[in-house]
Design a protein around this ligand. Structure first.
Ligand code: EPU
Length: 417
């Protein structure tokens, strides 16, 4: 196991290139299983979750080649196979195999998904969707078994706005007989990305990115080439890190529209933000104002940026309140930030953050975005070395993190624990 070492206090300066979106990639890989010929994905991030997913596709009989940011998936030799445990338990997004295999073979047996367990993350809305499409869902010794002789289109109202359920239902419904309507669908850009891939494969999906998605089922889907959208969470994290270190950073290869809530909040604090066509420049200042932030579903402020934002708010003058309305208890970063001298208390679904300096400490990343929060915090500390364990979580979502930060002038490195 490795740990991340940070000697902070240096303003980040320069340009950082943002990779393809992790949360798109982990949905596009299983989506490609619905095709009968080769799918090529460009701009794929080099992340551990992507590596695990590509191994899962191979276990299912897919042929995968992965070079740099390009992955070729030939699903022609795919077999229907139960996946009760093993690699599926390592990933949250393994739940997309349910929709993809159900659409392709009319059956799927998938072990319960793993991933970042910052709080219970139910999948009842996914199951509600599969059942509405005519599937039978049973719990088979801890695995979910789903089968349908013939999937049939249906009208599905999601009780909770869920990214995963929206995508999973789109996957299965693409191969159902007749039309499906998903009401109260999630609107995240990753959903549009998955619909774009599926449509390029021959699916008929309209309305992705709005709260009503219409899917006309088709008999078969074919291969295509697709470029993954930039990772708005990775981009937002670098925006936060640039501001927190009072730096000047051009965040390149982004879709500024995907980061509007982040941009608005930084401006409100007094950070200078310049939106360009496919880049955002952040210029930090000597002092920031405390603000209130509410993490909501898209286009609201992203819950995945809530943790690193907590670290930035420790650098503001006054008391900020950051509330998460997507996850009620996603605050595993808070006790670690407190070890670094932060004055934060959690009340219900809010963190109350009183600005003040941080100090170096040995801290533990308990999940991916908690790791991002601690990295941002470490970069602000001018004396001593911050040691972050749990780097394997950070590797799930931030490729080339050390290289990128070093290129921006940070003093960071990895060491064996
Ligand atoms: N929910 C239910 N029932 C369901 C599904 C969700 O109650 O069947 C609840 C969840 O407990 C949560 C809310 O609905 O309170 C939203 O969950 P959602 O289903 O949207 O989350 P997800 O699809 O499991 C994805 C991302 C997460 C991100 C959330 C919210 C992937 C692989 N994961 O998860 O990303 O936090 O959407 O935007 O796309 C991360 O990248 O660090 C990460 C955790």
């Amino acid at each position: 196991m490795e740990k991340l070492m940070i000697r902070g206090g240096r303003p980040l300066r320069g340009t950082v290139q943002i990779s393809g979106a992790k949360n798109s990639a982990v949905a596009l890989l299983p989506a490609s299983l619905l095709a009968e010929t080769e799918v090529v994905l460009d701009n794929l991030p080099q992340l551990s979750d992507v590596a695990v997913y590509s191994e899962i596709l191979q276990e299912l009989g897919g042929k995968v080649t992965w070079e740099g940011g390009v992955m070729k998936i030939d699903p022609s030799g795919l077999v229907s196979k139960p996946m009760p445990n093993g690699k599926v338990n390592l990933l949250r997004a393994s739940y997309y195999l349910m929709g993809a295999l159900l659409g392709r073979f009319g059956e799927a047996t998938i072990g319960l998904p793993g991933g970042c367990n910052f709080e219970p993350r139910p999948i009842d809305q996914h199951i509600k969707g599969f059942e509405a499409l005519g599937a039978t869902v049973t719990n088979d010794h801890g695995s979910i078994r789903i089968s349908a002789k013939q999937l049939r289109g249906a009208k599905i109202y999601l009780d909770v706005v869920s990214v995963g359920a929206t995508i999973n239902i789109m996957l299965a419904a693409s191969k159902a007989k007749g039309s499906t309507i998903i009401e109260n669908a999630a609107k995240e850009p990753e959903i549009i990305d998955v619909a774009t891939l599926l449509n390029s494969m021959g699916a008929k999906i309209k309305g992705a990115g709005t709260e009503t998605i219409r899917i006309e089922g088709v008999d078969s889907l074919h291969g295509c080439r697709h470029s993954i959208i930039p990772d708005r969470i990775q981009a937002g994290t670098y925006m936060i890190a640039a501001a927190a270190t009072r730096g000047d950073v051009l965040i390149d290869n982004v879709i500024p529209k995907h980061l509007e809530a982040m941009t608005a909040k930084l401006l409100e604090m007094g950070v200078q933000v310049y939106e360009l066509d496919e880049a955002i420049r952040i210029v930090g200042g000597p002092s920031y104002e405390a603000i209130d932030v509410k993490a909501l579903v898209y286009p609201g402020f992203a819950t995945d940026l809530q943790s690193p934002m907590t670290s930035l708010l420790t650098q503001a003058t006054g008391v900020s309140i950051l509330s998460d309305y997507v996850y009620s208890n996603r605050f595993k970063h808070v006790p670690e930030l407190v070890r670094m001298g932060a004055k934060i208390r959690v009340e219900g679904r809010s963190a109350i953050i009183e600005g003040g300096p941080l100090n170096a400490a040995k801290v533990q990343a308990a999940d991916l975005r908690a790791g991002a929060a601690l990295t941002v915090a470490g970069l602000t500390v001018s004396e001593g070395i911050t040691e972050i364990t749990g780097v394997e979580y950070i590797d799930r979502g931030y490729d080339f993190l050390v290289d990128n930060l070093r290129r921006l002038g940070a003093d960071v490195w990895r060491e064996n624990e």
